[in-house]
Design a protein around this ligand. Structure first.
Ligand SMILES: NCc1[nH]cc(CCC(=O)O)c1CC(=O)O
Ligand SMILES: [Mg+2]
Length: 323
């Protein structure tokens, strides 16, 4: 045998020399759940190790993460039912706690990158990402609300807006509102190929944001579809997105690769709540080695072509890197 691939696997040092994919803390955006109040830290029952924080404790958590090298955070607020309405008005109320929190985070840590989510669901009494009328999710009427929400988030100091709603035309609409108001430097990371997935379950527990009626299949993509992601990617690119995202990540590695090979924009992948919960739950039962399963799945996301990974594992990964 002239060729023996095992030669390049014979020691740890050689294996590292030929390693094709390498993860770094700089690849990550850490999604965090924010609640109102002070001195609050409440674990999400379906996401062991992940908490909802009040702002004071979130600032400490962010500082800890930054000391580990994580510099980017995606902030998701949880609102009580009493603050929700049909129009998600709280999302652009200038006095609301999440906008004040974004401002405080940015002023406390100017070098951190703060991302926000643009979609109606955490603020909507219907629990949908868009405006509901007669059981339908209205597209163009939703855009108006998303525009107000985006402007409010930019005014609060967000660096990157993440439209996660899957309404058609929202990237262009948000870009125009930002530009018209002087926020030409605020970026858009579009949830380009966001699938109607069962893997968002724990996130909806964290925010109490599950849809009250029906599902999200008329706006999120069908898991059966692959080429359709290219249509979405083409539109988001034309409309001015700075990053394209695929979500979830693990069941859609092929779609990550597809977008990577067909776009010059940076590709992000969202390693979602259910993907986190699956590994945590089986590790807790001793059914698999949680640390190794985490590393392997994060690596697979990067190997598939993701430049950026949004993951609840970000801090744990950073801790491991320190060791
Ligand atoms: N539009 C809101 C939103 N933004 C991110 C997630 C899911 C994130 C996760 O599961 O970790 C969702 C939930 C949904 O669309 O139902
Ligand atoms: Mg789209």
């Amino acid at each position: 045998m002239l060729r023996r691939p095992r030669r390049n696997r014979k020691s740890q040092v050689i294996r590292q020399m030929v390693e094709e994919t390498r993860l770094s803390v700089k690849d990550f955006i850490f999604p965090m759940f924010l609640i109102d109040g002070i001195n609050q830290k409440v674990e999400v029952s379906s996401m062991p190790g992940i908490f909802r924080y009040s702002l004071d404790l979130m600032l400490k958590e962010i500082e800890e993460c930054m000391n580990l090298g994580i510099m980017a955070f995606d902030i998701f607020p949880a609102y009580p039912e009493s603050k929700k309405d049909k129009y998600a008005s709280e999302s652009y109320n200038p006095d609301t706690f999440y906008l004040k929190a974004i401002h405080k985070i940015k002023t406390s840590f100017p070098e951190a990158v703060v991302m926000t989510d643009v979609a109606m669901d955490p603020y909507s009494s219907d629990g949908h990402d868009g405006l509901v009328q007669d059981g339908k999710i209205l597209n163009d009427e939703t855009l108006e609300i998303l525009g107000k929400m985006s402007l409010a988030q930019a005014q609060a100091g967000a660096d990157i807006l993440g439209p996660s709603d899957m309404m058609d035309g929202r990237v262009g609409c948000i870009r125009k509102i930002l530009d018209d108001n002087g926020f030409t430097d605020v970026s858009i990371m579009s949830y380009t190929a966001k699938y109607a997935s069962a893997f968002y379950g724990p996130f909806r527990d964290a925010l109490d944001s599950a849809p009250k009626l029906g599902d999200k299949k008329t706006y999120q993509m069908d898991p059966a579809n692959y080429y359709e992601a290219l249509i979405e990617a083409g539109l988001d690119t034309e409309e001015g997105a700075d990053f394209l995202m695929v979500k979830p990540a693990l069941a859609y590695l092929d779609v990550i690769r597809l977008l990577k090979d067909n776009s010059n924009l940076p590709i992000a992948a969202y390693n979602v709540s259910g993907e986190y919960a699956m590994i945590k739950a089986s590790a807790q039962r001793g059914w698999l080695d949680g640390e190794r399963a985490m590393m392997e799945s994060l690596l697979s996301i990067k190997r598939a072509g993701a430049n950026i990974i949004l993951s609840y594992f970000a801090k744990e990964f950073a801790h491991l890197m320190r060791k």
